[in-house]
Design a protein around this ligand. Structure first.
Ligand SMILES: Cc1cc2nc3c(=O)[nH]c(=O)nc-3n(C[C@H](O)[C@H](O)[C@H](O)COP(=O)(O)OP(=O)(O)OC[C@H]3O[C@@H](n4cnc5c(N)ncnc54)[C@H](O)[C@@H]3O)c2cc1C
Length: 310
């Protein structure tokens, strides 16, 4: 029998640079639904494997913030804004009122910066050789200071949030259109739900726009049962996940990891909490907005007021 679950969302916090690898592993294993394999030793081989295979989007879920003195030697970083995922600004540090150059970006952007401009300062400052491009990278800047991971006291662009959501495939198809965000999603190519690991069942999201108990709901429910029966029968005939996934409808449950900085999150909420968005997208994005507002009210007060209420 099919399993029906509600959509939901939670924030994945990352507070210390020592936890970057374990955070990335937790996010990356969502694709394979292999979170149960995580131990204290698995992060390094997991990340080495994904970097070797070129599956680098997974390392976009960890963001690091740096400050540099605003001096001539350091201003050449302002010419390197073409690296996607890198944010650079000159702003006053609220701690000491001194103008500084603030550089932040995810681990992929920092590696691309090293590749493109031979700038290794930032990766070396974090100090995790797993992410180095070369063992002996050159430093080109003065007094690069590591500030924090994910969130910071600097402007909104230098604050990043990672979430884990459970939503339907229809919702994740819409949400993944947002190009300035990063995603890792449960793969219907790698996950064969006929296997015991998945309980030999399909999981669907409770539809929020079909009334439970109504005749229409009975049709939806019957259709999901038929899909599951067909999926299991084809699997018994030897069908692989690549073949089986062609049966899966928009209601299929997916785990989705998503990271973005605060301006992009605000843009996403403006479009996806709006009544013009699909109800299943609105549902999950409003839950997310509520969680963000509780954590960071100053960043998300306007969106909260507009879409959730006072
Ligand atoms: C109600 C609704 C209905 C929709 N219907 C459809 C539909 O029928 N068919 C369809 O295909 N899509 C549809 N979409 C998706 C929509 O077209 C966008 O792809 C999606 O919402 C991503 O938003 P975005 O482009 O504003 O921003 P993001 O991708 O989140 O990017 C953020 C901002 O970065 C800038 N940006 C990013 N990439 C580029 C770029 N390559 N060039 C220039 N600027 C860039 C833009 O300023 C953009 O606003 C719909 C979306 C909504 C909300």
């Amino acid at each position: 029998m099919v399993r029906i679950v509600e959509s939901g969302t939670e924030i994945y916090f990352l507070d210390k640079p020592e936890d970057i690898s374990t955070h990335i592993e937790k996010c990356g294993r969502t694709c394979y639904k292999s979170e149960n394999m995580i131990t204290e030793e698995t992060a390094v081989p997991f990340i080495s494997g994904i970097l070797k295979s070129g599956h680098e989007s997974v390392i976009e879920h960890a963001n690091v913030i740096f400050s540099l003195p605003d001096i001539e030697e350091n201003r050449k970083i302002l010419q390197m804004k073409d690296i996607r995922g890198l944010n650079i600004s000159t702003e006053k540090d609220p701690n000491d009122d001194v103008m500084k150059i603030i550089v932040s970006g995810n681990m992929r952007a920092l590696r691309d910066l090293a590749r493109t401009y031979d700038v290794h300062d930032f990766l070396l400052t974090i100090g995790n050789p797993l992410f180095y491009i070369v063992a002996e990278g050159k430093r080109q800047f003065s007094d690069v200071t590591f500030e924090s991971v994910q969130t910071s006291r600097f402007s909104a662009a230098h604050n990043y949030i990672t979430t884990h959501s459970v939503c339907d495939v229809g919702a994740y198809k819409d949400i993944t259109r947002h190009r300035l965000a990063s995603f890792s999603i449960e793969s219907t190519r790698f996950c064969n739900y006929a296997k015991g690991k998945f309980g030999s069942e399909l999981t669907f999201i409770e539809p929020c726009n079909i009334e439970k108990g109504a005749e229409m709901y009975a049709y939806w429910s019957h259709c999901m049962e038929m899909i599951e029966q067909t999926y299991m029968k084809m699997a018994a005939l030897g069908a692989k996940a690549d073949q089986l996934r062609m049966l899966l409808p928009h209601s299929t449950k997916a785990d989705m990891i998503m990271s973005a900085n605060v301006p992009e999150w605000k843009h996403i909420f403006a479009l996806r909490c709006h009544s013009a968005a699909h109800p299943s997208v609105q549902q999950v994005m409003k839950k997310m907005l509520q969680a963000f507002y509780q954590q960071w009210p100053s960043f998300f007060a306007d969106e909260y007021k507009q879409f959730i209420g006072e």
